[in-house]
Design a protein around this ligand. Structure first.
Ligand code: NAD
Length: 491
């Protein structure tokens, strides 16, 4: 079991927040208390940033090959503690053990990619841009960086940023979600054993007040955020107003298009995993399935069966395929949206409301839900549900399907299921979303690709992971040089 208390990690040491604002961390499968977390105050934020800034001044001068040695050891520690960390994710987030292991695998993959920083930060050099004059570009770290994370991937999302930020020579402050802070606490226990110079890697717990103090702090130079769209917009606006570099990934409402020529059996399994995996609490969860022509009947029947068959329960129990949603408020909100969709004309052909799981009666469970004939102009078709609910829409042509996809205000992911290469090519070219899946239900980029996102799913220019993260955490400096020997000869 995790620790009862979750502490801040500041300047290489553990500190309990002096705040009297405390939140209980709840196991969503049991509804029982797991831990408690304090909301760091503006003065705790200020102290941490000051320490981080001091640490940055030396860390930036530490050669990159030396900096990445810490990452190699971090990878080893994460591997050695893999199952323990995955268990903690399941306990505080609710997802199944295998889903928890999946997110940790991607976290580790990001550490591995960031170990290539010495190559990835190479600049460019032109000799003799004019007689005796050379010009080159170098990449330098940006300073103290804040990483603000959501609850749904507590072990993975900080790693879209953290390994790149420190490998490129920055100091970081991680602010995990206050609803799932235990995973990062455990990971920071491992980081603590790596003996980073104090202040290079810090963690502050808290909520909006803590985040806003980070956004207002003049010594924070870059902000990486992942969370819901309204908060992403707020972070982007406030951080930019304060002159910071910012990347803010937001919410989603992901459409999946099923053509009649798709392999219906395999496609349905993949789409069910996308819609109901992680209890639908994935920014890449399928939320709308748009069938084209004859796909309607086969798919509607097959997805209803898949939804019905999914085994729901406590994520550490054998055979469980889907866990609870994060909180009782979330469960109520999702159940309210199902009711609203019905009010807007949809039929709940599979209705997961009011679920009770034997032995976990106080958990926040909703079974998979399928809403047929969702009103495309209704509120629910436009709203991120973030629960195991799939809405079905039916059209006659791929063009109609693509125009429905593109009418979505979000642009995180869009997927197509087909056996036709020309349809796939058309979709890939025309669909307005940052991550595209062709016969893939969760188009989650590997760590060596950026995690994209368009429209209201992303505010900024450079995304997390890979070369985008490297560019985000570095600033380019262009140098033009002439040396005395040359100017005496040519000038
Ligand atoms: P959230 O927006 O409620 O919280 C995210 C973070 O912002 C937390 O650390 C929280 O403390 C902080 N925060 C919350 N309200 C704030 C405020 N008013 N001011 C400043 N900070 C504030 O998100 P969540 O519920 O934890 O996560 C789920 C959301 O994240 C979903 O919308 C999901 O789609 C999105 N998400 C997006 C991606 C992506 O890559 N686009 C990935 C994962 C999750």
């Amino acid at each position: 079991m995790p620790d009862e208390k979750v502490f801040n990690y500041i300047n290489g040491g553990w500190e309990r927040s002096a705040s009297n604002q405390i939140l209980e961390v709840i196991n969503p499968a049991s509804g029982k208390r797991l831990a408690e977390v304090g909301f760091s105050t503006p003065s705790e934020v200020d102290r941490t940033v000051q320490f981080a800034y001091q640490a940055f001044m030396d860390w930036r001068k530490t050669p990159a090959p030396e900096r990445i040695q810490y990452l190699f050891r971090l990878k080893d520690f994460l591997e050695e503690n893999f199952n323990t960390l995955a268990e903690i994710i399941t306990l505080e987030n609710g997802k199944t053990f295998s889903e928890s292991k999946g997110e940790l695998r991607r976290a580790i993959e990001n550490v591995e990619v960031a170990c290539g920083i010495p190559l990835m930060t190479q600049g460019g050099f032109n000799e003799d841009i004019a007689p005796g004059i050379d010009e080159f570009v170098i990449r330098q770290p940006i300073g103290v960086c804040a990483i603000i994370a959501p609850f749904n991937f507590p072990g993975m999302i900080p790693f879209w940023f953290l390994p790149y930020a420190i490998a490129t020579g920055n100091a970081v402050i991680v602010k995990p979600s206050e609803r799932t802070p235990v995973t990062m606490h455990k990971i920071f226990e491992l980081i603590d054993q790596l003996d980073f110079p104090p202040g290079v890697v810090n963690m502050l717990h808290g909520g909006p007040g803590t985040v806003n103090a980070l956004l207002d702090h003049p010594l924070i130079n870059a902000v990486s955020f992942v969370g819901s769209t309204p908060v992403a917009r707020h972070i982007y606006t406030k951080a930019a107003q304060n002159g910071k570099r910012v990347q803010a990934q937001g919410g989603a409402k992901n459409p999946i298009v099923v053509l009649p020529d798709a392999d219906m059996e395999t496609s349905t399994q993949i789409i069910a995993d996308s819609a109901f995996g992680c209890a639908g609490q994935r920014c890449l969860a399928a939320s709308l399935a748009i069938t084209v022509g004859e796909a309607k009947h086969n798919f509607t029947e097959a997805i209803s069966d898949a939804a019905n068959e999914r085994i729901v329960g406590f994520g550490l129990d054998q055979g469980v395929q889907m866990g609870p949603v994060i909180s009782t408020q979330s469960k109520e909100r999702i159940e309210g949206l199902i009711q609203k969709a019905i009010g807007e004309g949809a039929q709940a052909i599979i209705d997961g409301r009011g679920t009770k799981i034997k032995g976990y009666e106080t958990g926040f469970f909703i079974r998979p839900t399928v809403l047929d004939n969702l009103n495309p102009d209704g509120e629910v078709a436009q709203t991120e549900i973030f629960g195991p609910v799939l809405g079905l829409l039916h059209v006659n042509t791929i063009d109609e399907a693509i125009s429905l996809v593109n009418s979505n205000k979000y642009g995180n992911m869009a997927c197509l299921f087909t056996s036709n290469g020309a349809s796939a090519r058309k979709f890939r070219n025309e669909a307005e979303a940052g991550n595209i899946g062709i016969n893939i239900g969760v188009a989650a980029p590997m760590a060596f690709f950026p995690f994209s996102g368009w429209k209201e799913s992303f505010f900024g220019t450079l995304h997390g992971q890979s070369n985008h993260a490297v560019e985000f955490y570095t600033q380019t400096k262009v140098v033009i040089e002439r040396w005395p020997k040359e100017w005496s000869r040519k000038f």
